[in-house]
Design a protein around this ligand. Structure first.
Ligand code: SAM
Length: 244
């Protein structure tokens, strides 16, 4: 599965929608709903096979920050989960997610939420590719000319830095790690004993010293990064936490 990108793909309002063969499913994604799994899926899957037994199956899994569902559909198609649930607040992504589920006859709960504190259900696996911290990400996007200084379209650098209006929520930045902090503050109530939590992060910016994480029973077991997995062609880390 080779997917070609060009840098404008991310921000063109009416960019073509892609229908891909995706782990046995038809997967619809578009400029405003793909949150990155297209470029990291091989590395993520390889990391999971490095961390866990090849035959592992989680019974009930949550794809948090699901976007249009690429991560959860990958796990379901790879037969790594029996049941998948999705959580995502962004309407455009939800539109594609619902379409992906109905086109493939996948039964799943979709939580249209932005706070873990409002999430119901208990999970054996929570996996996510969450929004990352903003400043280094923005600098990189600016260098790549995905955002441009002093141009209204697609987003001015200055505006992006202050993007509290979430003009581009599909690649939204996690201001001051608020989304991550709220996750660690509230996720334990949704975890079954021995649950696994997998976060796909940027190793250059992820700050593991969250006070809120320290107060949980989530133990960081290991991480796999782009030094170990050649399929990650840029800094990327897969973190494995165990709920103990
Ligand atoms: C980096 S993208 C990942 C999307 C998809 N999982 C992928 O890997 O392509 C992050 C996603 O998190 C969503 N998001 C933003 N704030 C959120 C929140 N508070 N709770 C859950 N999801 C959130 C965004 O709308 C976006 O779709």
């Amino acid at each position: 599965m080779e997917i070609k990108f060009d840098k404008d793909y991310l921000f063109i309002e009416d960019a073509p929608k892609h229908i891909l063969d995706w782990y046995g499913w038809k997967y619809k994604t578009s400029a405003h709903t793909d949150g990155g799994i297209l470029s990291v899926h091989k590395g993520v899957l390889k990391s999971l096979y490095k961390i866990f037994d090849k035959n592992i199956i989680w019974n009930n899994a949550l794809d948090w920050c699901a976007g249009d569902g690429g991560v959860g559909m990958m796990l379901l198609g790879s037969k790594m989960v029996n049941n998948i649930n999705f959580m995502e607040p962004y309407p455009k992504a939800l539109e594609n997610l619902h379409e992906n589920l109905s086109n493939n006859n996948i039964f799943a709960n979709v939580f249209e939420l932005d706070k873990i504190k409002n999430l119901t259900g208990k999970y054996d696996l929570v996996i996510a590719n969450p929004p990352h911290n903003r400043i280094p990400t923005l600098q990189r996007m600016y260098e790549l000319e995905w955002i441009r200084k002093n141009k209204v379209y697609p987003l001015k650098y200055e505006d992006a830095l202050l993007d509290f209006n979430k003009k581009n929520p599909h690649r939204q930045f996690d201001y001051w790690w608020k989304i991550h902090i709220e996750f660690f503050e509230n996720i334990e109530k949704n975890l079954n004993p021995n649950a696994d939590v997998i976060l796909i992060e940027n190793p250059l910016t992820f700050n593991p010293l969250f006070w809120e994480w320290g107060k949980t029973n989530l133990k960081l077991k290991c991480w796999i990064d782009n030094n170990q997995i050649k399929e990650f062609s840029f800094p990327q880390v897969v973190l494995h936490f165990k709920y103990e």
